[in-house]
Design a protein around this ligand. Structure first.
Ligand SMILES: [Zn+2]
Ligand SMILES: [Zn+2]
Length: 261
């Protein structure tokens, strides 16, 4: 049994563990070390189970606890070359932990991790798929304005996925954000809407995906029920029945949400 475990997920902090009680990898450390330690413990995981950290991009909701956590437990950090350069200059890699650049894939123990470019307004942004020792694939895709062909190719066939469902377009358009920020979020380098996430789940289900965890919800422009219903409705139009053809959850903002497959 392997877990896809969102430790916390929202615009104010993201971290996802993939693996089991003995070993696994973490995608992002978007809250401080203490918060991460608490979430791991709540999920029944020890920090020693984290064999590597993969960073999607340099926004603080993905890296703010990276340096302290990696240093405290001497965990290797992987990111793209350009992301590492940025993190280094900003002081986020100061410490004794090993750092590796990843361009296509990396192997950590019996885990094979593949990386794909996403579309986001940073120096370089990526998502990750983890091929587990039993050959199941679990993926984490957040912080992307669109699902590019490269991203889609990479994540198709995932048995379980954490997929961004950031905002409801109407809530965003009618909400409090300034116009320029609305344009940024809605643009090709922003965040994935509920509608685009739902559309993506259709392709995922057709490729064999069974477990969908919606995450990185906006604090201001979304509510969990809306994200959930948008995907359920879209998949229902395709004839897919919740609980029969797939499972669906919305990742909790501050607590772990676990799929055990
Ligand atoms: Zn971001
Ligand atoms: Zn983010």
């Amino acid at each position: 049994m392997y877990k896809l475990c969102s430790l916390f997920s929202s615009s104010s902090g993201n971290s996802t563990f993939i693996g089991n009680e003995h070993e696994g990898v973490l995608v992002d450390v978007g809250k401080n070390c203490k918060n991460l330690e608490i979430s791991l413990k709540t999920a029944g995981l020890e920090a020693s189970a984290v064999k590597a950290i993969f960073v999607t991009h340099e926004h603080s909701d993905h890296i703010c606890g990276l340096r302290v956590f990696a240093n405290r437990y001497n965990i290797p950090v992987y990111a793209s070359e350009r992301t590492l350069e940025y993190l280094d200059v900003a002081g986020h890699l100061n410490g004794d932990f090993p750092v590796y650049s990843i361009s296509d894939y990396a192997d950590v123990g019996d885990f094979h991790i593949e990386t794909f470019k996403t579309s986001h307004d940073v120096v370089d942004s990526h998502c990750y798929s983890v091929i587990l020792p039993n050959l199941d694939k679990f993926s984490v895709v957040t912080d992307t304005g669109v699902i590019t062909d490269e991203t889609l190719d990479g994540i198709l066939g995932s048995k379980a996925i954490l997929l961004e469902s950031n905002h409801d377009i109407n809530m965003l358009n009618n909400g409090p954000y300034p116009y320029t920020l609305k344009r940024r979020i809605l643009g090709p380098y922003g965040h994935l809407s509920n509608d685009t996430a739902a559309e993506t789940t259709v392709k995922l289900l057709n490729s064999g995906t069974e477990h969908i965890l919606l995450g990185h919800l906006s604090d201001h422009n979304n509510v969990p029920e809306l994200a959930y219903q948008t995907t359920v409705s879209r998949l229902f139009m395709e004839g897919a029945i919740l609980g029969q053809d797939y499972t669906l959850e919305v990742a909790k903002k501050n607590d772990p949400t676990v799929f055990e497959v």
